[in-house]
Design a protein around this ligand. Structure first.
Ligand code: MN
Ligand code: MN
Ligand code: MN
Length: 285
């Protein structure tokens, strides 16, 4: 069975529609695909409707904060109807809308016109993020490429680097638990933490009810895989694996292309609900 438990569609910052994502994942032989868009469940229904040779795991990637850092927590096998989760996601999206408005105002002051309207053209859902602003700025000729948009305007320390108030780790994990899902600490290596700090984060996450660590994110070297496997085992957490696919250009993050999970891990899918496991064993054809 080939699992990919972390992917994005254009319902957040991915390039493909849920339909296109499912088609690509099926073509690549993925059996279980979690759609985990940032702070939205909007694409799940479409993905489920078109899936033929694979099973869709309902998922979401929540933004949270921990000691001043932006942390991502993936929820897997969540109940998409759960009122407290859907209400929480509505509030998360308001945070992003407010940021987009502030960002557009700041860009206006430095001579970038109609940035919000422009960025919206590139966003399919209601989430307008910095990549959408970057694309608009390239198309409208303010910068030569996406990189320059980030270097001059949108990257760390620039005017577009607007700190958002996200929920704490405990709160984000609680939303997933309330939706009877499994909380996974996403890409632990991306937070640039020392080992001591990383273990503190994982400890806080596990204390809050977090159940799994994303031991594999895309294609990664053995050293990192071993390090994260040891961390998962140290805290008795399950191990997850996902490509974090956003766009086909990132060929090292294609659906199902991740480094295999080491055998000394306990895979997160062992904790999926019985109904999900049953669906996995009998995909609709
Ligand atoms: Mn993303
Ligand atoms: Mn992430
Ligand atoms: Mn992601």
């Amino acid at each position: 069975m080939l699992y990919d438990l972390h992917t994005h569609s254009h319902c957040s910052d991915g390039l493909l529609s849920p339909t296109e994502l499912v088609a690509l994942a099926q073509e690549r032989g993925v059996h279980a695909l979690a759609l985990t868009d940032h702070d939205t469940l909007a694409g799940i229904e479409e993905a489920r409707a078109v899936a033929q040779t694979l099973t869709i795991i309902s998922g979401v990637e929540l933004s949270a904060q921990w000691q001043g850092r932006n942390i991502h927590i993936v929820g897997l096998d969540v109940d998409v109807q759960c009122p407290s989760l859907t209400e929480a996601l509505r509030r998360q999206s308001q945070v992003r809308v407010a940021r987009a408005q502030t960002l557009a105002q700041r860009l206006q002051k430095v001579g970038v016109d109609k940035a919000l309207e422009g960025a919206r053209q590139y966003s399919q859902g209601d989430i307008v993020g910095r990549p959408h602003f970057a694309r608009y700025m390239v198309e409208a000729g303010y910068v030569k490429d996406i990189q320059q948009a980030f270097d001059r305007y949108l990257g760390a320390g620039k005017i577009g680097d607007i700190k958002l108030h996200w929920p704490c780790v405990q709160e984000a994990v609680a939303w997933i638990v309330q939706a009877s899902g499994i909380a996974v600490l996403a890409h632990p290596d991306k937070y640039a933490l020392t080992r001591t700090k990383l273990y503190r984060l994982i400890g806080d996450f596990a204390d809050a009810g977090g159940k799994a660590l994303e031991v594999v994110s895309g294609q990664q070297d053995k050293q990192l895989t071993d390090k994260l496997m040891r961390a998962a085992n140290h805290f008795s957490l399950l191990a997850s694996s996902g490509s974090d696919f956003h766009a086909p250009e990132q060929f090292w993050r294609l659906p199902g292309s991740q480094t295999p999970l080491p055998s000394r891990c306990k895979p997160v899918w062992e904790a999926f609900k019985p109904a999900t496991m049953a669906a996995l064993n009998t995909p609709a054809l």
